[in-house]
Design a protein around this ligand. Structure first.
Ligand SMILES: Nc1nc2c(ncn2[C@@H]2O[C@H](COP(=O)(O)OP(=O)(O)OP(=O)(O)O)[C@@H](O)[C@H]2O)c(=O)[nH]1
Ligand SMILES: [Mg+2]
Length: 413
């Protein structure tokens, strides 16, 4: 497929060039070649057609040129259903906006049953508010032959059909995801800590997971990593054991992108549950990409949208080998690494260990009849001070994070 890309610069966008470059990458992921880029500077977009009519005429002329092989027009924006319809009518060519371009990539990449179901649901959610256009166009083509209201009835009918289909696919998806949910609940019961890799697409999350698996000598547990947008579409969870025998689970997750369609975020919410429920997030960033600061913002916003903005997080600046930055290093809690480097992963392990399993310093009051608890503390905690009181013992202790829940009820208020 060949396309013209329309970039609209609203106000002063300092990162406009990079936005266009990202759109070309997204189109490339759909095997659409951008043969020409047309840009327009606007103070605000036009309500009816997003860009102004003069610009649309200009595009129309290009399309009407007999040598033009363009079969679609792509907009670097999310168009309202009516805008998309109006533009298609004027240009007489199919128009793709950023949302549907991203949906297309997910559609191409989704291979597992879970990913397929999620993408189908997202596509239907995208389609629902756009039904009206289809039938209005039909009414027009029919030259008024259709009874007034036929289109309306069809919209209702199809709308209901789509809603039912979304419901049944959502049920199916829940079944597929049940195993993971059960596993997560069991882990939580046993207080197994969980860590999730999050970040912009292509930042190196799966590569980090794979280097971890390599160090764990679990080559067969490696996941798919590739230099492409959205290589990973589902969550993969693996056990990791540290040298001191402490263990946790590590999850590799779907990457984010700017303007990730809301329908996709909704459909992927359960896959991303592993992120929401994690004890710690490793935010993987591609520091060699000049856009990494903007990408970081996008990731933080998306984490907020899924409700994971309160989870503790380590900033991991990856791909340092492609820059002049020394690695592995830890600067003010942030890690600078290359996911391809064993020492980087070892440093990351130390940091995870320190955060997940850090000792907790607290004061507990143990009534005399609970002597067994004092024995437990003598054996498993570091007792800093003991004060025998009338009804029990007041102890200042230092205890491992993983054991804290066993004595939590005795914490002295
Ligand atoms: N040079 C270099 N390349 C890296 C590094 N980490 C990852 N890569 C490459 O970057 C590309 C993307 O890596 P992935 O691990 O698939 O990225 P991801 O974050 O999982 O991407 P999505 O699954 O699309 O969200 C691959 O070609 C990797 O080989 C690194 O530290 N240095
Ligand atoms: Mg990946």
């Amino acid at each position: 497929m060949k396309a013209i890309l329309i970039g609209v610069c609203i106000g002063k966008e300092s990162d406009f060039k990079e936005k266009i470059a990202e759109m070309i990458n997204l189109a490339d992921a759909c095997e659409i070649e951008i043969v020409q880029t047309i840009t327009q500077n606007l103070n605000s977009f036009h309500k009816r057609t997003y860009i102004n009519s003069g610009k649309l005429e200009e595009i129309k002329e290009i399309l009407e040129d007999e040598t033009s092989e363009v079969d679609t027009v792509i907009f670097d924006a999310e168009l309202a259903p009516a805008q998309l319809r109006n533009i298609e009518e004027i240009l007489e060519i199919s128009v793709i906006d950023k949302t549907s371009l991203i949906l297309r990539i997910f559609d191409i990449r989704a291979k597992t049953r879970e990913a397929r179901l999620q993408v189908e649901i997202a596509k239907l959610r995208y389609k629902l508010p756009r039904l009206r256009g289809t039938y209005e166009a039909m009414d027009k083509q029919g030259g008024g032959l259709m009874n007034k209201g036929t289109g309306e009835k069809k919209i209702d009918l199809d709308g209901r059909h789509i809603t039912n289909r979304i419901d049944s696919l959502t049920k199916e998806l829940k079944d597929v995801q049940k195993t993971r949910e059960t596993q997560r609940k069991q882990r939580q019961k046993k207080d197994v800590k969980s860590v999730a890799l999050v970040g912009y697409t292509n930042a190196g999350k799966s590569s980090t997971m794979n280097q971890v698996m390599h160090l764990q000598e679990k080559e067969d547990k490696k996941v798919f990593e590739e230099n492409m947008l959205f290589a990973t579409l589902t969550t993969n969870t693996r056990n990791v054991t540290l040298k001191n025998a402490r263990s946790f689970v590590l999850s590799d997750t779907v990457g984010f992108v700017s303007d990730l369609p809301h329908s996709l975020i909704q459909a992927f919410q359960s896959t991303l549950e592993e992120v929401v429920q994690a004890d710690l997030l490793l935010h993987i960033m591609d520091v060699s990409n000049p856009e990494h600061v903007k990408q970081r913002e996008v990731t933080l916003e998306t984490l907020k949208e899924i409700g994971a903005d309160e989870v503790p997080m380590i900033n991991v600046y990856n791909k340092c080998d492609l820059t002049d930055i020394a690695f592995p290093t830890c600067v003010e809690g942030d890690l600078y690494i290359s996911s391809k480097d064993d020492q980087s992963i070892e440093m990351m392990f130390d940091k995870i260990d320190a955060i997940l399993f850090k000792a907790i310093t607290t004061q507990v009051f143990i009534p005399y009849e609970k002597g067994s608890v004092v024995s437990f503390l003598n054996e498993h905690a570091n007792i800093i001070a003991t004060d025998y009181q009338e009804l029990g013992t007041l102890l200042d202790i230092e205890i491992d994070h993983s054991l804290f829940h066993q004595i939590e009820e005795f914490v002295h208020q």
